[in-house]
Design a protein around this ligand. Structure first.
Ligand SMILES: C[S@@+](CC[C@H](N)C(=O)[O-])C[C@H]1O[C@@H](n2cnc3c(N)ncnc32)[C@H](O)[C@@H]1O
Length: 397
């Protein structure tokens, strides 16, 4: 296969598009005949020093990266998010505060555009088993603990977007690594987890992560990614459980014949212990956004404890003929939901929404564009005795 040209109904994540190298390691075809690629995402942390200090989750505070993060091991080559097998690599550029200086892609096609194929084309390199060593060779100084390996596809129809890694997952993963204390020992549920990257990072700190999405093919890929990174989870004792959770269904599938269904014990553990809900880049279609928020509300009403939902979203600007202007309708719909949640009154739960300042350090390499946002929703039981409480009420069900 020399070249894939994307059809107009396929989408390609910027994470896979804007890589410094033109080579991608295709490892197999998935159950649907789509080429699957393997990317390595460099983790700019010094995991050993965190473990040594007993500060897995550690002593760091807001504004300060975990011990040794970012500045250590800069001798190892760095790659952009999915810059998988660049033999030459890129040297880490750190500013005077030790923050990562990300090499930005050119703003427009111009003389500064790197040479290579046009952006609608990708040239996969199909390697034989022996050539797989390319992966091992490209960063010889790098410990396996400083790399997360993710299998993904490169371009998909919209219904398969979960098979790619999206920038929001990297932003969320960065936030998890920055706020390790928040995740330490917790039970976490991720909605629309896709390739599972954020769930895997969460499980380096959390105790149990329910990594959920829909579709046996996608969930199998996710399960594979967890196996590929088991060494990252082992020492922390974190566990990732891949499960099907469809926002368009009210219940969790318990049919043991169905792959990735839930056992009664899992469901009881999920509701009894979960305190953090995650979702990255799941707000791109208004109907699905409605379904995600209804799912969040439904889950929050079933959880025994108060919980915090952490959501990443990319504000995508589009020129529409209908408006003859640049709009961001999917983002506006997302924000309308946040407002609606905050305005809810008289229910059993109170929802408080807060934007997260996305200036925390980057431990994964990607372009943290201004349009990438992180939001928190705090969900607490209403304790004011003067508020009449309808215990059965789930406002959006
Ligand atoms: C843009 S992808 C984001 C994937 C991943 N969170 C990331 O950021 O890389 C959106 C995800 O939502 C999932 N999704 C779409 N509809 C869903 C549904 N009805 N129930 C559960 N997940 C759904 C997709 O399968 C996909 O994994």
């Amino acid at each position: 296969m020399d070249e894939i040209t994307f059809r107009s109904d396929t989408v390609l994540s910027d994470v896979h598009l804007y890589t410094p190298n033109q080579r991608h390691l295709m490892v197999r075809l998935n159950g649907m005949g789509q080429p699957v690629f393997l990317s390595q995402f460099k983790l700019l942390w010094d995991r050993d020093s965190q473990t040594d200090s007993g500060a897995k989750g550690g002593d760091h505070t807001e504004g300060t990266p975990p011990a040794g993060a970012v500045c250590s091991r800069t001798g190892a080559s760095l790659q952009a998010g999915a810059g998988t097998i660049t033999p030459e690599g890129l040297e880490a550029q750190l500013d005077e505060d030790g923050d990562l200086d990300v090499v930005r892609r050119p703003r427009a096609a111009s003389a500064s555009e790197p040479p290579g194929p046009p952006r609608d084309k990708v040239h996969p390199t199909i390697l034989t088993q022996e050539e797989d060593d390319v992966l091992g060779d490209e960063a010889p100084e790098s410990s396996p603990y400083n790399v997360i390996k993710i299998e993904h596809t490169m371009a998909t129809p919209l219904e398969d977007v979960g098979k790619q890694v999206w920038r929001g997952a990297l932003l969320l993963a960065d936030y998890i690594l920055f706020q390790r204390d928040l995740f330490q020992g917790r039970t976490v549920l991720e909605l629309g987890a896709g390739t599972g990257l954020a769930s895997i990072i969460a499980a380096t700190v959390a105790q149990t992560v329910y990594c959920t999405d829909v579709g046996a093919d996608l969930l199998a890929m996710c399960q594979r990614n967890i196996a590929l990174n088991s060494h990252l989870l082992a020492s922390g004792g974190g566990m990732v459980k891949v499960k099907e959770l469809d926002w368009l269904r009210d219940d969790l599938c318990t049919d043991p014949e169905v792959p990735f269904s839930w056992s009664k014990e899992d469901i009881s553990h999920l509701y009894g212990h979960t305190t953090i809900l995650l979702a990255a880049e799941v707000f791109y279609d208004d109907d699905l956004t409605d379904a995600v928020f209804k799912t969040l509300s439904r889950l929050a009403h079933k959880l025994k404890n108060a919980c915090t939902a952490i959501l990443s979203v990319e504000k995508r600007l589009n020129f529409t003929l209908r408006h003859l202007d640049v709009t961001c309708e999917a983002y506006d719909h997302f924000r309308a939901w946040l407002q609606r949640l905050e305005g809810l009154a008289g229910g059993r739960l109170r929802f408080a929404v807060e934007p997260v300042d996305a200036t925390f350090p980057q431990l994964l390499v990607y372009e943290r564009i201004q349009q990438l946002e992180l939001w928190k929703i705090f969900v607490e039981p209403v304790t004011d005795p003067t508020v009449s409480v309808d215990t059965a009420s789930q406002p959006f069900s």
